[in-house]
Design a protein around this ligand. Structure first.
Ligand SMILES: [Zn+2]
Length: 492
């Protein structure tokens, strides 16, 4: 097979995938309750076509042959990405794969019901089946990984192993758990700097302006509403994200805008030459999350970012907040139960709980029925608080019901990479000064140049190496958190 022919097939697969993306976007934002079933049927039919197209034996043979040829960096990456997906699929017997998909479809609603009714037992058996399938499939697809959990980790973060992540999380545990304890003992409790509510429509208008201010291009993007904010996209020219406006929690939408805007700018920044190929998306879940967290935490929670635009915020919302009070409030740290609402400091501790439990499941060190108890103990150990019920504990996240084991670590990896990128950026740019001047373009240009344009041609460590001659190094992140929170809570 010629590379030209492979690109043609790749484009057909990509176009089918875009229809599926469009359908799921519509499902989350527009489709009425009554239309959900019909849309589901459309999506199932389309998924069948997508699966057939991406597992075509002719394609498989072509990839086999092309992977042995001398190709450009870009073409080799396209062949690598397509081949990896196909090789993995080929190792899983089709009847088992389909049986697992049916379990996953059913388990979503079982989990939602169990969470609603606060009853882990309702979800327990489905989760047992999911874990057993995940382990079985990891066994089928395992190549040279040291343990089964490394196989699922590599699906989301290539090149990252349990050995490497244990070091990372151990560092976090040793540094952040005591830091949080000191904060809890300091007696400082930063209060909300405003009272009352702001209408969702008013917030929506302001947040669109804020998205444009950080660099999200609304000529090539759309912002709608949904229950939980998320980003998706058809191409660099059509990137979409959602927000949720709480009338009495103004900071929620603001930081969702900056976070999803970070994801969105990554997608908008991918080189047009990569469009409709297997390297068009972001490099990995962790790198994607590094972009959203870079903007959300390192840019969006800094005083120099808010300085030039703070009066606009007060004006838009009819408030008279003081900037320092606002800064203290949006940066405060406190132990809480729900991961998605956690602050910058405690967030990674929530991830660590999930990481340790997933590892135990894959190493046969714990049974599914013992998860709630183990969960609650870890929350007590790391965050120092009690879990009142399973809905606010082990049942809170959707991931396990979707079989997404190995995914959680990428959230923490992303936060750590964000700090590493900031260190590299500060060698080239006076970031503080740019923010004070309201000039965010150079910041985006830096990320476009070093990260965004490359799509998924390079792995996480290859990207970091190209940018700063260094692989993943979480020390930047730990140093940043220690310095920031020691100052904020006067701990020295
Ligand atoms: Zn994100």
């Amino acid at each position: 097979m010629e590379m030209k022919e492979l690109l043609k097939i790749g484009k057909e697969i990509s176009l089918l995938g875009k229809f599926l993306t469009l359908a799921s976007w519509d499902q989350e934002t527009e489709t009425p309750e009554g239309g959900q079933e019909g849309l589901g049927e459309m999506m199932e039919y389309l998924s069948g076509l997508y699966y057939a197209k991406s597992t075509d034996p002719v394609l498989k043979e072509g990839l086999e042959q092309l992977s042995k040829e001398e190709l450009s960096v870009k073409d080799a990456a396209i062949v690598r990405n397509m081949k990896e997906g196909l090789d993995r699929m080929a190792k899983i017997p089709q009847d088992e794969y389909l049986a697992y998909q049916r379990i996953l479809t059913r388990s979503q609603s079982l989990w939602a019901k169990a969470k609603r009714e606060n009853n882990f037992d309702m979800f327990k058996d489905a989760l047992k089946e999911i874990v057993s399938y995940e382990k079985k499939f990891a066994g089928y697809t395992r190549t040279d990984e040291a343990c089964l959990y490394d196989v699922v980790l590599n699906q989301y973060e290539k090149g990252f192993t349990t050995a490497k992540l244990n070091e990372f999380f151990c560092l976090l545990k040793n540094e952040i758990v005591p830091l949080l304890k000191k904060i809890q003992e300091s007696g400082i409790d930063y209060q909300k700097p405003y009272e009352g509510t702001v209408d969702a429509d008013v917030q929506e208008k302001y947040n669109k302006k804020l998205a444009e201010y950080i660099g999200f291009d609304l000529n090539r993007g759309v912002i709608k509403r949904s229950e939980h904010p998320f980003t998706t996209g058809l191409s660099a020219d059509d990137v979409r994200f959602t927000n949720h406006y709480y009338e009495d929690k103004l900071e929620s939408a603001i930081f969702s805008t900056i976070h999803e805007g970070g994801h969105g700018m990554y997608e908008q920044g991918v080189s047009k030459e990569l469009e409709d190929t297997a390297v068009a998306g972001g490099a990995s879940m962790g790198v994607h999350e590094s972009q959203s967290r870079f903007y959300e935490n390192l840019i969006g929670r800094s005083k120099s970012f808010w300085n030039p635009i703070f009066s606009d915020l007060n004006d838009a919302y009819g408030l008279k907040m003081n900037l320092d009070d606002f800064m203290n409030y949006i940066n405060r740290a406190e132990a809480s139960l729900i991961r998605t609402e956690a602050d910058e400091l405690t967030y990674s501790l929530h991830i660590m709980i999930r990481y340790e439990l997933e590892q135990m499941l894959f190493n046969d060190e714990i049974e599914v029925e013992d998860l709630p108890c183990a969960w609650n103990q870890k929350v007590k150990d790391f965050l120092g608080i009690d879990v009142p019920n399973d809905a606010m504990g082990v049942l809170q996240d959707v991931h396990w019901s979707g079989g997404m084991f190995g995914y959680f670590p990428s959230y923490a990896i992303g936060s750590a990479i964000a700090s590493q990128i900031m260190a590299a950026m500060k060698k080239e740019l006076d970031v503080e000064d740019l923010l004070m001047k309201g000039d965010l373009k150079q910041i985006k240009d830096f990320l476009d140049y070093h990260i965004h344009q490359h799509g998924s041609i390079y792995t996480t460590n290859e990207l970091l190496n190209k940018m700063m001659n260094e692989e993943f190094n979480p020390q930047y992140y730990v140093d940043y958190l220690k310095e920031k929170y020691t100052k904020l809570y006067h701990l020295d």
